[in-house]
Design a protein around this ligand. Structure first.
Ligand code: PGA
Length: 253
């Protein structure tokens, strides 16, 4: 199980330090669940210093596909490694929608992340219109094939997939456990096709979209759901810690 918090464009340095300290003391050591937080770039260094030794890992929300150069405003994989990042979220639907990210650019970024031993959390998910047209499986399949084009893995732990239906992100409207399980099973069979039985099963598939303490357990209990990518609820110590406990319970049952 992996529970990752996506803070998005929230929390300045002081607030980031406060939340991170609260998470370290409240979550403590986990048995079966990996925990990560993905703060804004300017909070990474300070939060890493607080996380260090706690077992909670650090991730970034995006990165550029090249090492360095004249790309004003961008952040590279080596920079993220240097401040202690383990993960990087790639292709979040907000990046796809507002910043023009495409499957092709996401696959270049995913390759770059792997080159620098960052674990990409590659996000996919259909829009409401696509779900209403019953096209979600085809849409997600195309996103996965194209966003992971050229990627190979020797171990499942080198890649994480996050299924986040766009209509469930930040809306309070969560996909039903049946919808989530059906999509995750579809994604699992694709991962097995792409990476083989052993590695395909070892890649964690996270669900994201209005996960909260009240629905985390029923989602995490479903097969092929290996944890969650948490937006809004990751900004509260109590909510995020409760979601982590749900992952622990789901893994042990
Ligand atoms: P949400 O966001 O939990 O606030 O819906 C999830 C995400 O965008 O990763």
């Amino acid at each position: 199980m992996l529970v990752a918090g996506n803070w998005k464009m929230n929390l300045d340095l002081a607030a980031a330090r406060q939340l991170t300290s609260g998470l370290v003391s409240t979550i403590g050591k986990t048995e079966t669940t990996l925990v990560a937080i993905c703060p804004p770039f300017v909070d990474l260094d300070a939060t890493y210093n607080i996380l260090h030794g706690s077992g909670i890992r650090l991730g970034a929300q995006n990165m550029h596909e090249l090492d360095s150069g004249a790309y004003t405003g961008e952040i590279s994989a080596p920079m993220l490694k240097a401040v202690g990042c383990h993960y990087v979220i790639l292709g979040h639907s907000e990046r796809r929608e507002y910043f023009g990210e495409t499957n092709e650019s996401i696959s270049r970024k995913a390759l770059q992340a792997q080159r620098h031993r960052l674990v990409p959390i590659v996000c996919v998910g259909e829009s409401l219109a696509q779900r209403d047209g019953d096209r979600q499986n085809a849409v997600v399949e195309e996103q996965i094939r194209q966003s992971l084009s050229g990627i190979s893995i020797a171990k499942g732990s080198e890649l994480v997939l996050a299924y986040e239906p766009v209509w469930a992100i930040g809306t309070g409207r969560t996909a039903s456990p049946d919808q989530v399980e059906a999509m995750h099973t579809h994604i699992r069979s694709l991962l097995v096709e792409l990476f083989g039985q052993k590695n395909g099963y070892a890649v964690d598939i996270l669900y994201g979209g209005s996960v909260k303490p009240s629905n985390a357990l029923e989602l995490f209990a479903r097969s092929n759901v290996d944890g969650g990518l948490i937006g809004g609820a990751s900004l509260s110590v109590d909510d995020f810690a409760s979601i982590v406990r749900s992952a622990e319970s789901a893994a042990s049952s």
